[in-house]
Design a protein around this ligand. Structure first.
Ligand code: MN
Length: 421
């Protein structure tokens, strides 16, 4: 075979509503509402700039089976740009956009092929009239496809690379709905050169070669749990070795969830400097993209009581949020959570002859492995739990689990009782 080069993308989720954001500042609402479209345009630009032979799209083009007109225009216009540059596109639909969903009556470009749901279509990709690859694909007929659609794929023509385009859950525990479930070994024995998969939103190379089995991941994160870079794959197939699969980030807004250790901060101002410093570092890593951050403050801190006082922590969140929003590109501090602990001198608390001293002695003797206090604590927990109707369904916690809960309880209690002044 000669060299064949194509773009593989999936899970564009055009016109997604961006769930999971508790509040969104008006300034960023428009960027968010355009983000899936802009990322798709970035993919089209990448394909055109690299003069690829074709583009494959492996399902969940649309976020909803009721395709919005805006989403359909955006998608059609992108494929039309490819077509105008002589680049064919091959599109399969997935569980979010099965062919049974609502569609508007648009004119689709000649070079855009949309796979049907009845059988695996086999298309020929050409360059200068010569067939350079066969591209096979099938779409979901309805949302919940429980058959293994990969079983229907077969290579019918030798001599050119064969590419399979499919929306499917490969393997177990992918964190995604078990639609069109299959396995790497079943895909591997089918004789294809490359499986272009959609469905799992994290980019993953499940197998590097003979065949390559790849999830491109989604092109733009759409909620805080989809963290890190998102984009598409630029793939080159050649005679020499495994396919070259290059991930290219095309996202516009990136999500991160990070911890900030504030144990060295002695004032609220220092805390603010440390936190914004960390945000600026994350912004640099995002390489010119907007950022949506969930930050958790961690570490032992002398500011614990202050942070727990009244609405301090939420006021701090608002202050940081307003400051970060002025950055270009903007940073949206979506959530600032408090996972800090007080910085206590446990030995001196133990020596105190008061309520705090009693509590500290109780907890520390348990944590230091006093078998009697562990046994009596377990007996007390047992009495309470037995009164609960779900008792017989419980798995008994291990001694280590009880100690770890006790440690947490000790710190939460001390946060409430110790006066650090
Ligand atoms: Mn998806």
């Amino acid at each position: 075979m000669g060299i064949v080069r194509f773009v593989h993308c999936a899970d564009l989720h055009l016109d997604t509503p961006f769930r999971g954001l508790s509040q969104v500042a008006p300034d960023i609402a428009k960027t968010l509402s355009d983000a899936t479209f802009t990322s798709f345009e970035n993919i089209i630009d990448l394909a055109i700039d690299n003069c690829v032979d074709f583009v494959v799209i492996s399902g969940d083009v649309y976020d909803s089976a009721d395709r919005s007109l805006r989403a359909q225009f955006g998608f059609r216009d992108g494929l039309a740009r490819l077509s105008a540059h002589g680049i064919p596109s091959f599109v399969a639909f997935g569980n979010h956009d099965p062919v049974s969903g609502w569609s508007h009556s648009l004119d689709w470009p000649d070079l855009a092929h949309r796979f049907g749901a009845k059988e695996v279509d086999v298309c020929q990709a050409r360059r200068d009239g010569e067939v350079i690859a066969s591209v096979h694909g099938i779409s979901f007929a309805k949302e919940a496809v429980t058959d293994d659609l990969s079983a229907r794929f077969e290579v019918r023509q030798g001599g050119v690379p064969a590419i399979a385009v499919l929306h499917a859950n490969v393997g177990t525990n992918t964190g995604h709905a078990p639609y069109s479930s299959t396995t790497v070994s079943r895909l591997a024995e089918k004789g294809f050169d490359y499986w272009a998969l959609g469905h799992v939103h994290r980019h993953q190379v499940l197998r590097a070669g003979a065949p390559a089995i790849v999830y491109s991941g989604c092109s733009q994160s759409r909620h805080p749990n989809e963290t890190g870079p998102k984009g598409c794959c630029l793939v080159t197939l050649s005679d020499s070795g495994d396919p070259d699969v290059r991930f290219v980030a095309t996202d516009v807004v990136r999500y991160r969830q990070e911890h900030v250790d504030i144990s060295s901060c002695e004032t609220i101002d220092a805390l603010q400097r440390t936190t914004t410093g960390e945000c600026d570092r994350l912004a640099e890593e995002a390489d010119g993209r907007h950022l949506i951050l969930r930050l958790a403050l961690v570490g032992r801190t002398s500011l614990q009581r202050e942070l727990r006082h009244g609405g301090t922590h939420l006021e701090l969140q608002d202050r940081l949020r307003d400051d970060l929003l002025t950055r270009v590109p903007w940073i949206w501090l979506e959530r600032l959570s408090l996972e800090t602990r007080g910085s206590y001198d446990i030995q001196s608390l133990r020596a105190q002859q008061d309520f705090t001293g009693d509590i500290t002695r109780e907890y520390t003797s348990l944590l230091e492995g006093d078998a009697d206090s562990l046994t009596s604590l377990k007996a007390e927990i047992e009495v309470d739990l037995r009164a609960w109707p779900g008792y017989r369904l419980l798995t008994q916690p291990s001694d280590d689990e009880i100690r770890s809960l006790a440690q947490r309880a000790m710190h939460e209690t001390l946060d409430l009782t110790v006066d650090e002044d």
